[in-house]
Every structure is written in C-alpha cells, then in structure tokens.
Design a protein around this ligand. Structure first.
Ligand SMILES: [Zn+2]
Length: 192
C-alpha cells in the first residue's frame, strides 16, 4: 500500500488541540493517557450538538487509550462531574431567575436578557459546587479519581479562515499531550 494515500488528521494547537479534519485518522500514543502504563481499554467520546448554521452534528473520537485502573478512575471522575453539573442546573436556574427578577425591579434596566442570566446563574452554581464538592472529594480520595481526555464540537474559524465545525480536545496529561502532538504532526502551539 502506498503510505502517502493514508488520510491524516488535521490538527492545530491553541490551549487545547483542535481537530479540523479527519477525526477518524487521529493517532494515539501507545500508552495509557492518564498514567503512561500499558493501555488495555480504548474509550470513545460521542459528541452531538445542534448548530444554527449546520443543524445537528454527530461526531466521535475513538481509541482513547487507558489502562484498566485509570479507566475506572475516569468513570468515577465523570460521575463526579455529572453530579456537580446536575447540582449546578438544579440550583443555578432558580438563581438565574432570581437575578433576572432583581434586575427587572431596577428601573435602570430596560431589557433583561433572561437567557444570559440563566447561564450566569448556572455558572455561579457550578463554581460553587466545584469548590464545595469536586475539589475536596478529588483531593481527599485522589487515588480514586483522575483527569480525563475530553472532547466537544464547536463552531470554528479554521486556519484557512473558513467557517466550519471542529472538535476541541483537552488532554490533561502534559507528557501525553506532547507525544500526541508529535505523533499527529501538530504544528507548534500558541494561540492563533
Ligand atoms: Zn493508566
């Protein structure tokens, strides 16, 4: 087979990695992405998001390598994050409504942007529960949790200035991230 025929993922680097094309061709270092051990589990992240200009987009990042102990910690950490997010929504939405009620009473405020205040309420609640729950739990039981690779779709202005969709990938393990960059021939980082 001709090696030049193989599709390559097109990735650039800002704070995170940004996959512009060929997500299915992403290469992973052959080691656990959390601890560097021998990988035995290959995780996938399914992404689905509705965009005004593109409709519903579904994508998937495959073959993320973990060893078994780390993968169990990843599941636990994702569970913890879900609890924090759920609490942020339960308490943040009423907080946002309260904020908009308070601002509506202020005669100086003509237009109250409810959506923005709801987002602000959820954001404030998220930070609160992150500091109250996630941070201490993860610090105290640090052997049970580990940071994990995450990915999400976003509307992107690509390097060639065309609008499109890309996938943002955060790799918390710095050493693994450097190997990932080399393997996928990502140009040196820096904010675009
Ligand atoms: Zn591991």
């Amino acid at each position: 087979m001709d090696g030049t025929m193989v599709k390559k993922a097109k990735i650039r680097r800002a704070v995170n990695f940004i996959i512009e094309e060929n997500i299915e061709a992403v290469q992973w270092p052959r080691e656990c992405s959390a601890c560097g051990g021998i990988p035995t589990i290959f995780d996938r992240i399914k992404m689905e998001k509705k965009f005004k200009n593109f409709g519903i987009i579904i994508s998937e990042l495959r073959n993320i390598p973990y060893c078994k102990p780390c993968f169990q910690k990843v599941i636990a950490t994702k569970g913890l994050d879900k609890i924090v997010l759920t609490l942020a929504l339960i308490f943040g939405i009423p907080l946002g409504l309260l904020l908009s009620y308070l601002m509506a009473k202020d005669p100086g405020t003509r237009i109250v942007c409810l959506g923005l205040l709801l987002v602000a309420g959820v954001g404030i609640a998220w930070v609160f529960f992150y500091l109250l729950i996630r941070f201490p739990v993860k610090s105290i039981f640090k052997n049970n949790f580990t940071e994990y690779i995450d990915a999400w779709l976003f509307e992107d202005e690509k390097a060639d200035r065309t609008e499109g969709l890309s996938v943002m990938v955060s790799i918390p393990n710095k050493r693994f991230a450097e190997k990932f960059a080399v393997l996928n021939e990502v140009p040196p980082g820096g904010v675009k």
